[in-house]
Design a protein around this ligand. Structure first.
Ligand SMILES: Nc1ncnc2c1ncn2[C@@H]1O[C@H](COP(=O)(O)OP(=O)(O)OP(=O)(O)O)[C@@H](O)[C@H]1O
Length: 254
């Protein structure tokens, strides 16, 4: 949990907050500038923007792996989950052993981490594959293992860096639906980086658009559809209009 010299979060309401945040890397690259963003519990915010605009940098700040150089930021929880495009599974460990790994590193006792791992495996639809090795799994299944591994930490803030970017379209949509199901069940605060506007609108409660480098937030769209979300939403005029609005903002960002 970070404490800035100036409070950024409304206690109890928000999990992640950036106020006028900027990042300049040691080589002089200005990656982010004047970023204001707050994510509350039960909000799922997607970030889209041109390549190199600072999306991963933003996620790095949220995770505590990177440092901001200007402004203020705060996270309201230590329970942070991450999922990246690369599932980063240990090839010699079974699915169950991979899923247990973060809880193990966190010092959670054997019985409790087994219970959490099994619950997470069931939640992501991998029951029956507990003893499989990563090489026996498809790309989508590996991503499910990665999701399950983070779920064992019962995250209040969940960070996603293009998690479905390497998957085929059908698997990507299916995992999107599953992620929405997890979000509906757990209502963590989500920050999701993607290059896909349609995925951003479908998964999120809000989509923000960043400008080219240095990245600033230039547009923000509330997504009004209920969670749990009916997959048919994808074919509605409201959804198509929102995708159009975000796409137009993204074109202006380029
Ligand atoms: N450690 C670093 N040192 C110097 N420059 C960096 C470092 N990390 C990232 N950058 C630069 O900062 C800018 C923002 O990078 P970042 O990876 O955050 O963008 P991104 O929007 O996630 O990119 P993409 O969409 O291509 O994945 C880029 O110009 C990148 O080259």
């Amino acid at each position: 949990m970070t404490t800035p010299s100036r409070p950024v979060l409304r206690p109890g309401a928000e999990i992640l907050g950036f106020s006028d945040v900027g990042v300049t890397y040691p080589n002089g690259t200005r990656a982010l500038e004047g970023v204001d963003l707050r994510v509350g519990a039960g909000e799922f915010v997607s970030v889209v923007g041109p390549s190199g605009c600072g999306k991963s940098t933003l996620l790095g700040l949220a995770s505590g792996l990177a440092q901001h150089t200007d402004g203020y930021m705060q996270t309201g929880t230590d329970r942070v989950g991450y999922v990246f495009q690369d599932a980063t599974l240990l090839p010699w460990r079974t699915v169950a052993q991979n899923v247990e790994m973060l809880a193990e590193l966190d010092g959670i006792g054997k019985a409790e981490r087994r219970r959490r791992a099994q619950e997470a495996i069931d939640l992501v639809g991998l029951s029956g594959f507990e003893q499989s090795l990563p090489r026996e799994l498809s790309g989508g299944m590996k991503m499910r293992v990665s999701l399950a591994r983070s779920l064992t930490l019962e995250p209040e803030l969940f960070l996603f860096d293009e998690p479905f970017g390497a998957l085929d379209e059908i698997t990507r949509q299916r995992l999107g639906d599953e992620l929405l199901g997890l979000f509906a069940a757990k209502r963590f605060a989500g920050l999701f980086i993607t290059h896909s506007v349609s995925e951003a609108v479908y998964l999120s409660t809000r989509v923000v658009v960043m400008s080219g480098r240095p990245g600033r937030i230039i547009h923000s769209v509330e997504v009004p559809f209920d969670v749990p979300r009916d997959p048919e939403v994808r074919y509605s005029a409201d959804y198509i209009n929102l995708v159009g609005e975000v796409s137009q903002a993204l074109e202006e960002a380029h």
